[in-house]
Structures are given as C-alpha cells and as structure tokens.
Design a binder for this molecule. Structure first.
Ligand SMILES: [Zn+2]
Length: 328
C-alpha cells in the first residue's frame, strides 16, 4: 500500500539537521572519514522531545536574547524594526493612569508599537501553537509512526551497509591474492587497498550512526506522552510563566528576530517543532471549516537542507485526513 512509502517520505522530509542535530562527520577528498559518536540525537522525534522538555523545564537555549525585561515587555529583544532592522527596545512612559509600555526603535525612524497590542497578538500566536487536547492522540501517532518507520528504515539500511562492507573486504582479499600471485604489483595493491579502506570507513561511520539511532528507539514512549501533554498546555504554561521563562520559550520558538508585521501575518520563521504544530493545527482547522489550508506562506518553508516542504505537507495532510475521516 502506498501509505508506507508516504510515511517513509514523511520521515525523510522531517529528518533535517534541526531535528536530528549534526550527525556524523564524513569527510571526503582530503581527509579520511570519521565518526563523531555520542554527541547527537540521531532521531528527529527524540531530539524534538528533548527540545520540548528543555523549553518547558526552562533550560538554556542557544542564541538567547540576553535582555532583562519587565513583565509587560516579554518580547523585548526579539522584535526587529520593520523600517530600519534595528532590534526594538522596550520602555514605559508615565501617563495619567499609570505606565504605558512600548516596543520602539532606538533610531529616528519612528517605529513604535503599544506593548499591549503586540503582546496580545503574541498570545494568539501561542494559542495557534498549542496542540488541541482532542488531537493529542493524532499528534502522538504521527510522531510515533514517523519514528517506527525510521527504525525500519534503519534496520534495512544496516544490512545493506554490512553487505557493502563485506564486499569491499572481499575485494581487498582478492587483490592480496593477485599480489601474491604476481598478477599486480605492490603499488597497485596499495592503491586498491587504501581505496577500499576509505570506502569501508565511510560505510562503518554510517553503520554506527544507524546503530546509534536504532538503540534510541526504545526510549521514545516515556517521552512521548509527557511532551505532547505539555504542548497541549502551551498556552496556559506561557501565560502562567514569569517573564524570563516566557522569553525562554519565545527564543525556542523563534530562532531569528522578527518584525511585528511578520508576527501578525504568521510569517516569522519558527523552529521546526513549532512549524510542525502550526502546520497540523492549520490543517485540522481547515478540515473543520471545510476549506483547503493555504500553506503557501508557512514559515516552515524556509529553506533547510534535507527538508522537502512539499512532501512534508503532503504527508501531514494525508495523515490528518485519514484520522479526521473516521472521527466525523
Ligand atoms: Zn527603526
């Protein structure tokens, strides 16, 4: 059935460096291949869940915006000026009925927004990134399927790799025989041997990557439910967080600064996890309202090596339509 292939593609599509981290380093040309072991999560789902856990437990993230912000200005340091690209400052001005907060540009360009208005838009954004309770199972299943499929792929590719390694070793042995029989000279043998060794190194590096990925598969279940459960409470968690935790979360959602306009139009670039949630939520919403979802301006479409947006969208859509059909 066609579904299997689709799941596989789904995996391929979502398996990009943001998910799986930097995997092994296979150098070509000047340097021999080598493996970097144990530093990375080889599987999207797991690292994705670690991400979630990190975010929610308030662990430090990279590219953190180090600005102390009062509670009214959680987005300070994240928004850039749409006129001159400076990072907007935040400040309060005293009015008749207390303080008024603003995000504003430090240049003379005059860019200035009421903090209340910006924060409100951001609250809506958070809502859109929250997994709806009733679809927690769907989300869980998409991830689990992707994960399982990845494992199957891993096993298949492992036996393929082993076969290739064997073949290369056989060829080296044969070359040795030829050398002993005097059919080739020492220089030829050396060339053949080192070429084969190089190839074997590359394959072994791949093999150990596959093995590492494989060994982590068993750990997904304990992570899956709690992570998804937290994501169904993202809105509450955000609203109850203090400013510093809010900023931690914002930083994890948005790897780059964005303008207020981009935030309003939902075109600010989000990290992969949140792009996925947004995508799935949009698709569900589209289904409910009986309209096709317009994915054309999704932030997930930012070019990432290894990510095939068209395929990803296709798979998510097919998954969701499968699930929602029998629900109705
Ligand atoms: Zn400006």
């Amino acid at each position: 059935m066609g579904l299997k292939c689709k799941r596989n593609n789904f995996y391929v599509a979502v398996r990009n460096p943001v998910y799986c981290g930097k995997i092994l380093i296979v150098k070509y040309k000047d340097e021999a291949a080598h493996t970097v072991k144990g530093l990375h999560d080889g599987i999207i789902s797991e690292s994705l869940f670690y991400d979630v856990q990190d975010i929610l437990s308030g662990k430090k993230r990279e590219e953190k915006t180090k600005v102390h912000s009062p509670d009214m200005l959680p987005l300070r340091g994240f928004i850039k000026c749409s006129r001159c690209s400076r990072i907007l400052c935040g400040s309060a001005s005293k009015g008749r009925n207390g303080y008024y907060y603003y995000y504003h540009c430090s240049s003379a360009c005059g860019c200035r927004y009421k903090a209340e208005e910006v924060n409100k838009v951001f609250d809506q954004v958070i809502e859109e990134f929250t997994i709806q309770e009733e679809y927690a199972d769907l989300f869980t299943e998409v991830i689990r399927d992707t994960y399982k499929n990845q494992n199957t792929t891993t096993l298949a590719s492992r036996s393929e790799l082993l076969k290739e390694i064997n073949e290369l070793n056989n060829r080296t042995s044969k070359a040795r025989e030829l050398l002993l029989n005097g059919d080739i000279d020492g220089a030829d043998y050396k060339t053949i041997k080192s070429e084969n060794e190089y190839k074997v190194n590359v394959l072994e590096a791949k093999l150990s990557e596959a093995a590492a990925a494989n060994s982590k598969t068993a750990n997904i279940e304990p992570l899956l439910r709690p992570a998804i459960s937290k994501l169904t409470r993202l809105n509450t968690i955000y609203s109850k967080s203090d400013s510093s935790n809010k900023r931690e979360l914002i930083g994890s959602m948005y790897p780059q600064k964005f303008t207020f306009e981009e935030l309003q139009h939902r075109t600010a670039l989000t990290s992969e996890l949140y792009s996925c949630i947004y995508l799935i939520n949009s698709e569900i919403k589209g289904k409910k309202e009986g309209q096709a979802t317009d994915f054309s301006c999704l932030p997930i479409l930012a070019p990432e090596p290894g990510l095939e947006p068209a395929m990803f969208l296709l798979i998510v859509k097919s998954k969701i339509s499968q699930k929602t059909q029998y629900k109705q």
